[in-house]
Design a protein around this ligand. Structure first.
Ligand SMILES: *Cc1c(COP(=O)(O)O)cnc(C)c1O
Length: 501
């Protein structure tokens, strides 16, 4: 394919010949339109009266001119080049790519919600405020916390917010603590957020169980430690068994405990971070509570805190006016760390979460966690001959297996992942966490059926056999996709998103 001046048009590297279709710009025909309406009558205002000439562009933008039919076909074909949770299983470890019920989408699309302006007066939006109020109460109940903010737009923003609150708490005692403890099995955003908040990350190693080494933790503790960030279950999919001892040791030196609740689907309705001794919890509504995750869409990472930290939350927070019996935005927060997002966060995500909670109820939520853990363990056992786990015992909602046994055939974790695409499944996370060689991190999620998990297990076991009998098949995979093995670093750093005629 070439541009109109004959130069080759660069696509992402690794594109296959023959599977391409033209860019929408290349199908453009002058004057072609997607739809036409009859001329408006005389009563409509002239353009000049609506937008003054000084603010209007002189030349029309160089947009593609296509019919509706070609437009629909173009974007439908584009969408089919991607894998999606609505197409099939997406067992990506760490990130919970589960099926999201469409009823939550419908609720969020109700015009009363989707058309709401963030500056609307409180007297006009009691329903929206009540939705947030009830959702806040439910999420505080589920986490064992007392108050939360919906401002953080993602898990990582929740982390930053929590760390800023940690600093405000210590400062309120006249202390300037510098270090935050993070286990080596933590999610990558944890140390990044610690640096961003101006703390130093102090890494504590895991022991042979894949859990926090209690002695190493105790050695790291002193009065300079602001707190500990813990992902539980950790990124190995293991529940920290010594959590009460960890909390006790931390509280002894006056530090706070931060719970990375991105993987809340593994414990929701079963245990509560507040009961384990945590003071700060973020949730990823876009992983656990029915919002599609990934693709750069909006997220919501509410941050919940215990009572002693509530006064530091970003303002405004939701208040309940006892006399008037209504929710309101409480702006009078002198100890607040300040805003972390414009307006009230990503409201539509909260509507989805509300709908999800309401449709499941407390019992249903508990079944979410039970299913998530059951599905992961079922799959783990079905594939353990081919892909053993490094750490013993049952896992929580995900497990980390290793493709190391296939190395003797010259096959690597990436080859397994790529071959899985040809067999109709999204690959698991590969090469993470770093503490496991040839890591395959798998989360089947609670939403997949037994049949799907059986199919996934059969595919993985087939790949292990193919590694021995036909390793080149794995090296060549995937053969069924428009793009095979792009140079990932280049694709991310050297992205070409602009087309110039
Ligand atoms: C996904 C995830 C995060 C980060 O959440 P984002 O919404 O992507 O910022 C943090 N911690 C863990 C354990 C996660 O899985």
């Amino acid at each position: 394919m070439t541009t109109s001046n004959g130069a080759p048009l660069e696509r992402s590297s690794g594109a296959r010949a023959g599977s391409d279709f033209p860019l929408v710009f290349e199908t453009s025909q002058p004057g072609r339109r997607a739809w036409s309406l009859p001329e408006a009558g005389d009563s409509s205002p002239a353009l000049e009266d609506v937008i003054p000439a000084a603010h209007r562009r002189r030349d029309p933008p160089a947009l593609p001119e296509v019919s509706e039919r070609d437009l629909v076909r173009h974007y439908t074909r584009l969408s089919q080049r991607n894998w999606a949770i609505d197409v099939g299983a997406y067992p990506l470890g760490s990130c919970t790519m589960k099926y999201n019920p469409k009823i939550s989408e419908e609720a969020a699309s109700l015009p009363g919600f989707s058309g709401l302006h963030p500056l609307s007066d409180e007297s006009l939006t009691p329903g929206a405020l009540e939705l947030l109020g009830v959702l806040e109460e439910a999420l505080c109940e589920a986490t064992g916390m007392s108050k939360l903010t919906f401002q953080p737009a993602a898990g990582a923003t929740g982390e930053l917010t929590g760390l800023l609150i940690m600093r405000a708490f210590h400062r309120s005692h006249g202390e300037e603590r510098k270090r935050v403890i993070i286990p080596d099995s933590a999610h990558g955003t944890n140390p990044a957020s610690v640096s961003l908040a101006g703390f130093q990350a102090h890494e504590v190693r895991s022991d042979e169980r894949g859990l926090v080494d209690l002695n190493a933790l105790r050695d790291a503790l002193d009065a300079d430690v602001a707190g500990l960030m813990l992902t539980n279950p950790n990124t190995l999919g293991l529940f920290e068994r010594d959590i009460e001892k960890i909390a006790e040791a931390m509280h002894e030196v006056g530090g706070l405990l931060y719970y990375d609740g991105a993987n809340f689907n593994s414990i929701v309705g079963v245990v509560r971070p507040g009961d384990m001794g945590f003071d700060i919890v973020h949730l990823n509504l876009h992983k656990t509570f029915a919002t599609p995750h990934g693709g750069g869409g909006p997220g919501s990472g509410p941050l919940a805190v215990s009572e002693r930290l509530a006064r530091f939350l970003p303002a405004p927070v939701l208040g309940w006016d006892e006399g008037a019996e209504r929710w309101f935005w409480d702006e009078d927060r002198p100890d607040s760390i300040g805003r972390i997002h414009s307006f009230h966060g990503n409201f539509g995500i909260n509507v989805r979460a509300y709908c999800y909670l309401r449709s499941l109820g407390p019992q249903g939520l508990r079944r979410v966690a039970e299913r998530a853990v059951l599905n992961a363990n079922y799959l783990r056992v079905l594939v353990r001959e081919s892909f053993p786990t490094v750490y013993e015992g049952t896992c929580m909602h995900e497990f980390v297996a290793t493709a190391k046994p296939l190395r003797k055939h010259g096959v690597r974790g990436m080859d397994v992942a790529k071959r899985l695409i040809d067999l109709g499944y999204h690959p698991p996370t590969v090469y993470f966490p770093l503490v496991v060689e040839e890591a395959l991190m798998v989360e089947p999620t609670e939403t997949e059926s037994r049949e799907t998990i059986d199919g996934l297990a059969a595919a993985l076991n087939q790949i292990a056999e193919e590694a021995a009998t036909d390793p080149d098949l794995l090296h060549a995979a995937p053969v069924t996709t428009p793009v095979a093995r792009p140079d990932e670093a280049r694709a991310a750093r050297d992205l070409k998103v602009r087309w110039t005629p």
